[in-house]
Design a protein around this ligand. Structure first.
Ligand code: NAD
Ligand code: DAU
Length: 339
């Protein structure tokens, strides 16, 4: 059987590890090389189910390291790339943008250049709905909504998207881009809204809600996102962008209250804190293109899956206790001004 060698970057993070864990048991026709720098957000514990697979290899390294990336393309005869690797947290990008530019822009460019030089047959850039900026109370992001990113994080993702599309336009590199809304599920790093609130509630700590708590995000389970990524990788048309979302808009405060209710904790734990600078008000995705053209649709119901996610954090205390034991404490203090 001929195996496709695929470079998956950022595979030790929240979404990338979920992708690899689901993919490998179903695809012995793929050889997966997982290139991950193991930043604070990368965690090999997330990949326990696949670590002994014969068609899987982990490489610790930086996507912005041109020599390493070139070496891997040549060594494994890489013809396919899915780029999940990124600095992914908006608040950290506000604290300091440099590493966001290096990984999200330069790193993506290094991968695109290598893909071009080595004749890659598909390059999927995992992007985000945040590149479209912020919505008012009405309307949805479509693939033709102009890019208008507001944070250093989203600007770096938008720059990579434009570079990826330029590589398609200029060199004919078969690039596809996915732009997904807010993910939730197990193994999400507890700097993000849902796991942060679950863990603080479990520890009887205050739940820091930015501004008035009425900002809206459009939530999708990580497994629904990744089914879409796989479909776009296999069937997406080169040069095209596909929005991914599950049409589940929620105000932040509603999510926080759902978490407290499920954990049987008092709403007195809620603390309204200073707003995020430049905080986007509302995101909402129109995913009709991927639904109509590729036949994808979300399958995971929000309330049940949020309950299951909360249960996962309750049952996997040892995972998150390790995760929040080191660098996280320093970050938390800088971001929230308290331990
Ligand atoms: P994450 O922060 O959990 O994981 C990122 C991974 O990338 C980590 O394993 C980290 O070690 C790795 N990494 C960082 N810099 C690297 C570098 N220079 N070289 C190699 N590896 C590096 O992020 P996530 O939430 O899993 O997001 C994955 C991708 O999906 C990102 O591109 C993000 O922009 C995109 N995305 C995320 C969401 C979301 O809600 N989390 C929604 C839409 C799109
Ligand atoms: O929309 C997709 C994006 O979703 C991804 O591209 C990003 O990688 C991912 O981090 C996420 O960005 P957000 O900024 O929307 O997610 P975050 O979990 O940081 O915040 C969700 C909302 O909750 C946002 O309105 C800010 C608010 N919030 C967040 C934190 C961490 C709070 O009110 N308090 C908090 O402590």
């Amino acid at each position: 059987m001929s195996q496709k060698s695929i470079l998956i970057t950022g595979g030790a993070g929240f979404i990338g590890s979920n992708f690899i864990n689901n993919l490998l048991p179903q695809h012995d026709d793929w050889f997966v090389v997982n290139l991950d720098k193991l930043t604070y957000a990368g965690n090999l514990e997330n990949l326990k189910p696949v670590e002994s697979y014969k068609n899987y290899s982990f490489v610790k390294g930086d996507i912005a390291n041109r020599e390493l990336v070139d070496y891997l393309f040549a060594k494994y005869n890489i013809k396919y790339v899915i780029n999940f690797a990124a600095e992914s947290h908006v608040d950290r990008s506000i604290l300091g943008s440099e590493v966001f530019f290096r990984t999200n822009v330069i790193g993506a460019n290094v991968l695109l250049e290598a893909a071009r030089r080595h004749g890659a047959e598909k390059f999927l850039q995992v992007s985000t709905d945040e590149v479209y900026g912020s919505l008012g109370p009405e309307g949805l992001f479509t693939e033709s909504t102009p890019l208008s990113p507001n944070s250093p994080y989203s600007s770096s993702k938008a720059a990579a998207d434009m570079m990826a599309l330029a590589f398609h336009h200029t060199y004919g590199l078969p690039v596809v881009i996915t732009r997904c809304s807010n993910n939730y599920g197990p193994y999400q790093f507890p700097e993000k809204l849902i796991p942060l609130m679950i863990i603080n509630a479990l520890n009887n700590k205050k739940l820091p809600v930015y501004g008035d708590g009425l900002n809206v995000r459009d939530w999708i389970h990580v497994a629904d996102h990744n089914r879409a990524v796989e479909l776009v990788f296999e069937k997406g048309k080169p040069g095209e962008v596909y929005n991914i979302g599950a049409s589940r808009e929620m105000k932040n405060i509603e999510i926080v209250k759902l978490i407290l209710k499920k954990l049987n904790k008092s709403e007195d734990l809620i603390e309204y804190v200073k707003d995020r600078p430049g905080h986007d008000r509302r995101y909402a995705i129109d995913s009709s293109k991927i639904q109509n053209e590729l036949g994808w649709k979300p399958e995971i119901e929000f309330e049940t899956a949020l309950d299951n996610t909360i249960d996962w954090y309750v049952e996997n205390k040892s995972w998150w206790e390790r995760v929040i034991s080191g660098e996280y404490q320093k970050y938390y203090k800088t971001q929230y001004g308290s331990d």
